[in-house]
Design a protein around this ligand. Structure first.
Ligand SMILES: Cc1cc2nc3c(=O)[nH]c(=O)nc-3n(C[C@H](O)[C@H](O)[C@H](O)COP(=O)(O)OP(=O)(O)OC[C@H]3O[C@@H](n4cnc5c(N)ncnc54)[C@H](O)[C@@H]3O)c2cc1C
Length: 365
């Protein structure tokens, strides 16, 4: 018996948002059908290649306060979401370390001012700390004294994106009221939901035909196995062209990323990007010299003109969730909670708390 005002839902897209929505709807008692153009490994999803850092303060360098507030909400929500899954998923909140080389000190000073301003706008966030070489060594002993200064952003988090996608898939496949349809690309035009049904469109960039202002922002990332590198938390390197990071995953794996290029080009990574990413990693820690390259991947972040995530209702009983851009893991729990509020009541109090434009939220689902 559904606790929502409908009892069947079709979810298009089983990337990050689609899997979370399908689980939320199924747990609310709906019959759920999920369609994805790709397979269970999420090979067509941005979520598969992401670093999955949960860094609201660090991201405020490129994101407005509403995204920061959603990220703050998510950091508290992820543990409960993960605990509800049968398969363990790596999640930690060891903070973010921001470092720079001497020649990038001016850019680092600008970044510190932006982060301080964010702290004033969102005082619930743990405050940024300026750290010297000794403190950097205490936080990450393997870095030695290579960096004279840095910023430490306490409590920021990260999770294992692929383990999460897999744990969500197995939770969904185990539910008797869920049917997964892999390798089955669909369009909104394939569905005319009856009054007791809803369609939730979570196709990321795959929804471009029905949401023409969506664009792709290309990101290239490299996964390496580097058992000699002992970094315990994501390290961001201030860079004049795009913020670079090294995000540790379990078992000596690191994600080094990411480029940010205004293009929906999904062709393989360029030599230039690969050289820059690997050089940056080597400059942070010489142990990366002996790392083994596991994968060089390209994906596009589904992005709207204001770079903000959005929920919209293109027609009755159809809800679209998209535009998660470079913050999908950071904002997904907030988007899930807002979408469930909207589907249950036609209104979202959370959206007001996050200061998201209400016209984008209006829903008569
Ligand atoms: C390089 C990179 C690094 C990133 N790092 C981070 C990070 O550190 N932290 C963070 O918070 N976010 C990060 N992100 C962003 C995050 O990955 C995205 O915001 C998030 O994955 C978007 O989720 P989504 O479910 O909307 O789309 P996706 O995850 O892309 O999923 C869309 C799904 O829809 C399916 N689909 C497409 N068309 C159709 C169709 N016609 N029919 C059925 N199914 C279809 C696809 O196969 C896919 O499975 C990163 C992204 C990239 C590219």
């Amino acid at each position: 018996m559904s606790s929502l005002p409908f009892d069947a839902a079709t979810v298009l897209g089983a990337g990050l948002m689609g899997r979370l929505m399908a689980l939320g709807l199924a747990r609310a008692g709906c019959q759920v059908a999920v369609f994805d153009a790709g397979g269970p490994e999420a090979e067509g999803a941005a979520a598969r290649v992401a670093a999955a850092m949960l860094a609201p303060l660090a991201e405020s360098a490129v994101a407005p306060a509403s995204v920061v507030r959603m990220g703050h909400h998510a950091l508290a929500r992820w543990p409960a979401l993960l605990q509800s899954l049968d398969t363990p998923v790596f999640f930690q909140r060891e903070g973010t370390l921001v470092l720079w080389h001497r020649q990038d000190a001016a850019e680092a000073a600008r970044l510190a001012r932006v982060l301080e301003h964010t702290g004033e706008q969102v005082p619930a966030l743990p405050a940024m700390q300026r750290v010297d070489a000794d403190r950097i060594t205490a936080l990450e002993p393997s870095l030695g004294t290579r960096f004279a200064q840095g910023l430490f952003l306490p409590d920021e988090g990260q999770l294992d994106n692929r383990a999460l996608l897999d744990a969500l898939r197995s939770a969904l496949e185990a539910m008797p009221n869920v049917r997964m349809h892999w390798h089955d690309a669909r369009s909104l035009d394939d569905f005319s939901p009856a009054p007791n049904e809803r369609v939730i469109d979570c196709r990321g960039l795959g929804a471009r035909n029905q949401w023409p202002s969506l664009r792709g922002v290309r990101g290239e990332v490299i996964r390496v196995h580097a058992p000699e590198v002992a970094l315990t938390r994501p390290v961001r390197l201030v860079h004049p062209r795009y913020p670079l990071y090294i995000a540790p995953k379990p078992d000596g794996v690191f994600v080094i990323g990411a480029t940010e290029i205004e293009s929906a080009d999904l062709s393989p990574a360029s030599v230039r990007s690969t050289l820059e990413l690997l050089s940056a990693a080597y400059a942070v820690h010489s142990g990366f010299a002996e790392a083994r390259i596991l994968e060089i991947a390209t994906q596009c972040r589904p992005t709207l003109p204001d770079n903000l995530p959005a929920l919209r209702q293109p027609r009755p009983r159809v809800l679209q969730i998209n535009g998660l851009y470079r913050h999908g893991f950071l904002v997904a729990p907030a988007m899930l909670d807002m979408a469930m509020e909207l589907l249950a009541t036609g209104h979202s109090a959370l959206a007001e708390r996050f200061d998201l434009p209400m016209e984008a939220m209006a829903c008569t689902c």
